[in-house]
Design a protein around this ligand. Structure first.
Ligand SMILES: C[S@@+](CC[C@H](N)C(=O)[O-])C[C@H]1O[C@@H](n2cnc3c(N)ncnc32)[C@H](O)[C@@H]1O
Length: 347
């Protein structure tokens, strides 16, 4: 795969070329490294186990506050903690592990649910199972969570081949009985007919333009389009629309601060989809500065918490909350649901 991917037209963005070079040692990972695979996933999402060891447990309270804030918005029990598999780490909160990735994926599940996507996936048009395609799945953390709450799902991962060292290993370990198709297992053409026989399909980025998938119910991208080039994002959206993808969920900034090769994710999505923005919390997933309960106004569950909290004057909080990127700024994380009204009408 790496040889095929070295073709000039398949090269990753400048940012991702540097990231890949940072973990080339994983090509030669010994069993002891694999046993602690999650420790090495910082190359992908930046989390380090050191920050979650017991000597940092004083920070667990902030995680608990944010988890509770998310739980108040979740009426369907969507929370999936970090697994202990392969060195999984996190603060111990009521007996389960919680880290920033855990909360990021939980927030996405809530956004997707609020936008009607989970109901749509549970009961897709036609019969049988639904198919989700995630572009840039990283170490496979969201695939893990979504598959846990929705076992009857075919999950297609499209990513740079080197990342399969993480996602392929993680998902195969987490779901030992699942049926996998990993690029090279057989001709791509069987995915046109046999896609639904698989639980997970892992394909390198440069094959997405060639593969014919039996169907797609949902496209997903998180914290990833923002790091690509305009041409790459457009090519993915174009191909998804050719494949008849009716709905697309994005959790991205319009562009990462360091990325000079991209216009804006939202603007590009608008070319293909009608957009709906979902607000989950008034802070980005990277921030833990959600005011603890004793510093919040008396808020009932029926009040629109995100809207209200945004208006709480700074002096109600002991620590001023991290200033979120300005509304409408390129650097604000946004949950966007794009739907093609010709194909689907979400509730
Ligand atoms: C910051 S990571 C985010 C991973 C995951 N979505 C998450 O939120 O945990 C960015 C992901 O985008 C992927 N990526 C970067 N360039 C890509 C490209 N041209 N095609 C597909 N995936 C790409 C990276 O390999 C990585 O998996």
């Amino acid at each position: 795969m790496m040889r095929e991917a070295s073709n000039q037209e398949h090269l990753p963005s400048r940012y991702w070329s540097e990231e890949l070079a940072g973990f080339d040692y994983m090509l030669d990972a010994s069993p002891i490294i694999i046993q602690k695979l999650r420790e090495h996933c910082y190359h992908i999402t930046g989390l380090r186990s050191y920050e979650y060891r017991r000597h940092h447990s004083h920070q667990a309270g902030a995680f608990l506050n944010k988890l509770n804030a998310l739980r108040r918005l979740d009426h369907k029990n969507l929370f999936v903690p970090e697994s202990s598999l392969l060195g999984g780490f996190g603060h111990d909160i009521n007996g389960v592990k919680v880290n920033i990735d855990t909360l990021k994926f939980y927030e996405s599940l809530i956004a997707m649910d609020q936008g009607g996507l989970l109901d749509y996936l549970r009961d897709p048009p036609g019969s049988g199972r639904s198919v989700a395609v995630e572009i840039g799945a990283g170490w496979g953390g969201f695939a893990y969570q979504l598959k846990k709450i929705m076992p009857n799902l075919t999950y297609v991962v499209i990513d740079l081949p080197q990342t399969f060292l993480f996602s392929g290993t993680y998902l195969k370990t987490a779901f030992p009985d699942a049926r996998f198709f990993i690029y090279g297992d057989g001709p791509l053409s069987i995915l046109k007919t046999d896609l639904l026989k698989y639980d997970f399909v892992l394909l390198p980025h440069y094959q997405f333009r060639n593969v014919e998938l039996a169907k797609i119910d949902l496209g997903i991208n998180m914290v990833s389009f923002q790091e690509m080039t305009t041409d790459q994002v457009l090519a993915y959206l174009q191909r998804l629309s050719e494949l008849g993808c009716p709905v697309f969920y994005s959790h991205n900034r319009d562009r990462s601060k360091h990325n000079k090769e991209l216009s804006a994710v939202g603007v590009l999505m608008k070319r293909f989809y009608k957009l709906l923005e979902i607000t989950v919390l008034p802070i980005p997933y990277t921030s833990l500065n959600f005011p603890p309960p004793n510093q919040r106004l008396l808020l009932s569950r029926t009040i629109n918490i995100p809207a209200l909290v945004r208006r709480i004057p700074m002096f109600f909080c002991r620590r001023p909350p991290e200033r979120p990127a300005k509304r409408g700024s390129l650097y604000e994380y946004r949950h966007l649901i794009g739907s093609n009204p010709k194909i689907v009408h979400l509730p």
